[in-house]
Design a protein around this ligand. Sequence first.
Ligand code: COA
Length: 285
Amino acid sequence: MVSFRIDVAKDIAACAATVPLQEEVWSGDVIVPPQLMLAAVHNGGFVALGYADDDAVAAGFVFGFVGIYDYHFRHHSHMLAVREPYRGSTLAVELKQAQRDHCLDQGIEVIGWTMDPLEARNATFNFAKLGAYTREYHRDFYGAMPDKLNAGLPSDRIYVEWPIGHDRTYKRLKGEDRPPTLEQAEAEGIRYLLKVEEGDRPGAVNAGRAGESHLLLAIPTQFQQLKAHDTGRALEWRLRVRAAFEAAFAKGYAAVEFLRAADGRGAYLLVPQPRREMPVDTDDA
Ligand SMILES: CC(C)(COP(=O)(O)OP(=O)(O)OC[C@H]1O[C@@H](n2cnc3c(N)ncnc32)[C@H](O)[C@@H]1OP(=O)(O)O)[C@@H](O)C(=O)NCCC(=O)NCCS
């Protein structure tokens, strides 16, 4: 098993070492300048690179900056990338752990980031392995994007929140707590808000099911492959998943897990969020 050294970036050379990775993972069309990364680092942000023993080129990196959300400081994680040969290793989790340690030291409790809801691998990583959740959907968040992962479709994103101090997060990171399987959820009788139909087509959104205590929202297993093969079908999925998330979030649901079946199928698990009591201002003065 490959082991990694995590280097926290402190200077421009370390920030510049992310550029070849950005080019490799996304393409050279949209590059976050290393100078901007360094400025973020000098203002409480975080850049770290992971190196494998026998490789002078970094195997992966993470980049984020300090933000404010809902009147609280939080860390916005803008990029996480692991080069193809190192995917499936421990590196991605190690980078997130280093980012989490940095934020906990600052007293920050939540790390947020955006994610394409159709990327099943990222969904497993964010929800099942890290213990993140989402309650916000943004249509075409970044506008048209030219890079190889995003070109050709509206850049819809879910906003993922990772409560880094929670016990559940700690257990997920240690591998002590895993979500149930999709087969188990189906056996419990949890119904689908959106299902994959014959030929990888998206089914209809069963909006009438809102009100149930749990719902499943399925996505294709390999969205990039589906998109390369049939852009029309990929757009159909984009719009159907958008409709399903928007309907669920409007009814107060949050997506709290991504469940997988042994045959590779995957679905988000949605549950109603506890309602937050808003203080009522009765002072007219
Ligand atoms: C996102 C990324 C950093 C994650 O790193 P990784 O090494 O792939 O992540 P891991 O292997 O630790 O976790 C992925 C999980 O998804 C699972 N997975 C793989 N293919 C999957 C699929 N098609 N559907 C669902 N889950 C899948 C893996 O089995 C693994 O789970 P496991 O550890 O329980 O087996 C990496 O894939 C990457 O660089 N992607 C491109 C850039 C990107 O999308 N970055 C994030 C947005 S900024």
